[in-house]
Ligand binder design. Sequence first.
Ligand code: UGA
Length: 317
Amino acid sequence: MATNSSNGDTQKATKQPPMPSPLRFSKFFQVIVADNFFTGSKDNLKKWIGHPRFELIRHDVTEKLLIEVDQIYHLACPASPIFYKYNPVKTIKTNVIGTLNMLGLAKRVGARILLTSTSEVYGDPLVHPQPESYWGNVNPIGVRSCYDEGKRVAETLMFDYHRQHGIEIRIARIFNTYGPRMNIDDGRVVSNFIAQAIRGEPLTVQVPGTQTRSFCYVSDMVDGLIRLMEGENTGPINIGNPGEFTMIELAENVKELINPAVEIKMVENTPDDPRQRKPDITKAKELLGWEPKVKLRDGLPLMEEDFRQRLGVAKNN
Ligand SMILES: O=C(O)[C@H]1O[C@H](OP(=O)(O)OP(=O)(O)OC[C@H]2O[C@@H](n3ccc(=O)[nH]c3=O)[C@H](O)[C@@H]2O)[C@H](O)[C@@H](O)[C@@H]1O
């Protein structure tokens, strides 16, 4: 540890006033990424590999991880319904055993831990928009339960470790997030529609099409998560964009912005699909000074650009 006062760097560091912005502070951190690549891609980390303050470990969070850290962003878990339904047992193990392991790590080294929970803890919500005080309407035995009940248990574990062991916790409830570098075949609606529009395939709106979601651009999400980690509130705090769209409206926007020639096709849905979802972000505004800046119609073209590059399809072709 850098405690020797004859060390120039340490003296300089101790004289510095506290950093006003967590975003500026973060450039001094070393980052260790642990990923099992079940849904993640090494390509997304390419630009950091070889950086002196960056380390990548192939690791499954359901196994113990013995490292020394000050902060833990516990982001692990497949989030696309296609992926978590493909391996529900793995999904619930990640949420339960994975969260226990990360809390064990936080306890051993005295780190602060942030869990990325989800709007899915509200299930098919009977309160609209959803404030953090709403307890939700969740099916405990459905095909989505590995994910939504899994995240609910993860939240419980976080608060139990906080109350029993004094662990510093932070919980974010993330609402549908999109942006460049998403897996093209992720299966979630924004990436599906953008890839379909670029390929000139019909946009597959699952019935009834009147179900709503609120889409947050990735840079807004990252800003919110860092503010939560650096702030004083445990949460849970909703982080999402309150702009609410039906899936038909989303398809119409993608069609207009990306490829007016594509058709919109109604297809079958899957069980327990939530009918409406919109975050109440009063807490995020008041406690984190956060609100999203990027509107859906500004974010979609940024994602389109990245998808076109990866699919090798130029605009106006
Ligand atoms: O994107 C996310 O952040 C969220 O994604 C999923 O939740 P969900 O909202 O069901 O995600 P999608 O698969 O993108 O579905 C959104 C809506 O679009 C519809 N959809 C999906 C795909 C498609 O091709 N067409 C279509 O109309 C679905 O029926 C659903 O109503 C996860 O379960 C959430 O936990 C996660 O936070």
